[in-house]
Design a protein around this ligand. Structure first.
Ligand code: NAD
Length: 487
């Protein structure tokens, strides 16, 4: 059985305890993970704090930080296939996706490597004579990064990359469900030559390890990705250290299809939007909102595509849908589908777990027209699509915005003026027009409302890991005159 370790202060170490990790494709234990508890968390945060102020990291130039990031990017690219296999083994996400995604993760590190020495301060045209005043951009401090199990290398790269570019130090908490790829990634951080304590990677359970980390008094910022309920805990924890937070949470993203759209192309995008990653994607296009006149035709195309999907071992390159990451996840989907059918949703296809070992669930489509299905509001985080239809553009927009989430939206139409109108009206952090689920290090990513706040990706994300220092320098050699007059 494989054993993994935490990475704290430049050393690989066991946690206070250990726990077993399950292969979701078989339900069998395949590896042993270190469980970090409060004392481990404390060691990691102290190491990050020391590295921030006292170690060689603090003395590096921004260009030198960028060079370390370039080295890390190269190592991620060189090791992408091995990391992908680990992620697939530990989370069940299919190898076709993990291998492509992790190869692309290298590009995120490369992008932020280039940004490291482009984070500039500014000079202020101050309204006083004999004064030079400028803003320095300094690292925000020690960052706690808490991530979920889906796409951990990607979700951590969009935090680690900009934070390192900005000069921060950090403790990254891998999810207790499938931490193998992030713990293994720590070896690349070590190999790249980052000074001890700059990047610490641990794993453990939410209420112990995650809570201890997010309320630690030496943490300055918490970058969290996960569900809204956990985010509430994290925000409450931040009342202890008054750390700032950025929250990337869930979604119930609308996928709007007008009758004039290329239906075949839209159907492929819808399959990518809801069945890729077995639906375990925060941007899953989980609410199809389709124009009534083409609803039946579009559902026929989708049903045929859903039923042709190859379900199988996630390590097989031919597999298109693998297992859910955990039994808990599959049970949640079964219960929610049951409630939705009881509330009047009609099953178009799927609706049951696949036979055999492992946590498989069939690609499922629920026609929710005329029902008050809970599937329209609650996130499945699984391969389940809920369908509604509309007759007017205004109706489509109202349905799209009828959610407390606001992460992403898809819009399929050939009418460009309509696309512009709707793009402005949709309440979501990302709108994809005639495409879906495209990402890039250059493009910010994040949501509104229950989907959280803060943006990852892009230049601004690096600035978010900085804080400004205002420096006043008096340029006159004359003695300060009246000490009782503020100047
Ligand atoms: P989760 O919220 O259960 O867990 C996320 C992380 O929080 C884990 O590492 C967990 O250990 C930790 N945690 C749990 N309790 C904690 C506590 N009290 N204090 C501190 N940390 C704690 O999420 P999950 O089930 O692992 O992942 C699925 C969720 O993540 C979905 O809602 C999904 O939409 C969301 N997600 C969002 C994005 C995005 O970028 N917006 C990306 C991927 C996933």
């Amino acid at each position: 059985m494989q054993r993994f370790q935490c990475y704290i202060d430049g050393e690989f170490a066991d946690g206070e305890a250990r726990f077993e990790s399950i292969d979701p494709a078989t339900g069998a234990v395949w590896a042993e993970m270190p469980e970090a508890r409060e004392a481990d968390v404390d060691r990691a945060v102290e190491a990050a704090h020391r590295a921030l102020y006292a170690g060689p990291w603090a003395k590096l130039t921004a260009t030198q930080r960028g060079k370390l990031l370039y080295r890390l990017a190269d190592l991620v690219a060189e090791n992408a296939q091995r990391l992908a296999e680990l992620e697939t083994q530990d989370t069940g996400k299919i190898i076709r996706e993990t291998s492509a995604q992790i190869a692309y993760v290298a590009e995120y590190y490369r992008y932020y490597a280039g940004i490291a020495d482009k984070i500039e301060g500014s000079y202020l045209p101050i309204d006083k004579p004999d004064m030079d005043v400028w803003l320095r951009r300094e690292p925000i401090g020690v960052v706690a990064m808490v991530v979920p199990w889906n796409s951990q290398l990607f979700l951590s790269a969009v935090k680690i990359g900009p934070a390192l570019a900005a000069g921060c130090t950090m403790v990254v908490k891998a999810s207790e469900d499938g931490p193998a790829p992030l713990l293994e990634f720590a070896r690349l951080v070590h190999q790249a030559g980052f000074p001890a304590g700059v990047v610490n990677i641990i794993t453990g359970f939410g209420p112990s390890c995650g809570a201890a980390l997010s309320r630690h008094h030496k943490v300055d910022h918490i970058a969290f990705t996960g569900g809204p309920e956990t985010a509430r805990h994290v925000v409450r924890n931040s009342a202890e250290n008054l750390a700032s937070t950025s929250l990337e949470l869930g979604g119930k993203s609308p996928f709007i299809v007008f009758a004039d759209a290329d239906l075949e192309s839209a159907a492929n995008a819808q399959v990518a939007g809801i069945f890729a990653a077995t639906g375990q994607s925060c941007v899953a296009g989980s609410r199809l909102i389709v124009e009534k006149s083409v609803k039946d035709r579009f559902l026929d195309i989708l049903k045929a595509k859903a039923e042709a999907i190859r379900i199988g071992s996630p390590l097989d390159m031919a597999t298109e849908v693998g297992p859910l990451a955990t039994r808990r996840q599959r049970d949640h989907i079964e219960v929610l589908v049951g409630h939705s059918l009881a509330a009047g949703a009609r099953l178009v296809t799927g609706g049951s777990a696949a036979e055999g070992a492992g946590y498989y669930y069939r690609p499922t489509i629920l026609d929710c027209d005329g029902s008050a299905s809970p599937s329209l509001e609650e996130e499945f985080f699984g391969p389940v699509l809920s369908v509604l239809s509309f007759e007017t553009e205004a109706e489509a927009l109202a349905l799209a915005n009828n959610t407390r989430y606001g992460l992403a939206a898809g819009l399929f139409t050939r009418d460009l003026t309509r696309a512009h109108r709707l793009m402005k009206g949709i309440r979501a952090g990302i709108v994809w027009v005639n495409t879906y689920r495209a990402v890039s290090p250059i493009a910010p990513f994040g949501g509104f409302g229950l989907s959280g706040h803060g943006r990852e990706g892009g230049m601004a994300a690096a600035l978010d890991y900085t804080r400004t220092k205002t420096v006043w320098l008096r340029t006159s050699d004359d003695p300060i005159p009246d000490p009782f007059v503020m100047r």
